[in-house]
Design a protein around this ligand. Sequence first.
Ligand SMILES: *Cc1c(COP(=O)(O)O)cnc(C)c1O
Length: 293
Amino acid sequence: MIFTPSPLEKHHFRDELFYIKRDDLLDVDFSGNKARKVEYYLVNDFPKIKQIVSFGSNQSNAMYSLSVLAKMKGWRFIYFCDHVSIFLKENPIGNYKYALGNGMELRLSNDKCSDANSLDNDKTIIVQEGGRQNEAEVGLKNLALELISDIKKENIQNPYLFLPSGTGTTALFLQKYLPFKVFTCSTVGDDLYLKAQWNMVDKNIDIYPNILNSKKKYHYGKLYAEAYKIWKELKDDMRVEFDLLYDPIGWIKFLENKKKLKGTPIYIHQGGLKGNESMKARYERKFDKITLI
Ligand SMILES: *Cc1c(COP(=O)(O)O)cnc(C)c1O
């Protein structure tokens, strides 16, 4: 293990007890699950490798994390995405700005997945969008082991986990190594989408986490006044800043289902705070000040 264990904190929100695994505090350069996902590359040597290639959105947390990894390893980092607005180009912000600062070479492409994968050779590591791949297992297993030791230390009775999913890779590998239930929700698509993602990583449906839903449908990356509101309430009440893309949807769906869940909840803070810079700016452009109070 190359990371020092992140803290597990006891909090109250809306008069209920929650433990929060502060994986956002894992490391100064990396944070959250994207740090765990690259641990495999940090603990191993790759003498032949000269570059890392990936693809996805221009504000991705995974993109930033890979830029840190490439810089540490002295590798080139080539990243494909489908567009960068003129506004962002002229006003770099968030993950985009910091990844470029780490030397990322950004390439525009109409078929980012194929273009990235076409560069595969023995000098190159290809990382799939969002870090959905088996190499992520190494670091996420360590997170699971950390949780088991936290729970023992704190003597937490009947623990269960909740975390929002993108690709679902984090939730999947945590459930694989934890002897209690992991609950998650999709922020990207429906349940079928999430199960299809899991199926690409592991065919064993026995290790699939439990999926929670909400009455309302939320679209990935869209801005919702109620999402900003709960994000702000969490920040004001617990003094914990969560990510603005996944966590508000996660908390909304989690709280809507919480009555049905038995035991002591542990929420995994998966980091991503560098991305808040651009998310906050988007919220401030879309809503007036009153809505955002
Ligand atoms: C990437 C990310 C997720 C989603 O992780 P998956 O392993 O793709 O499910 C959730 N929260 C934050 C803050 C992230 O950066």
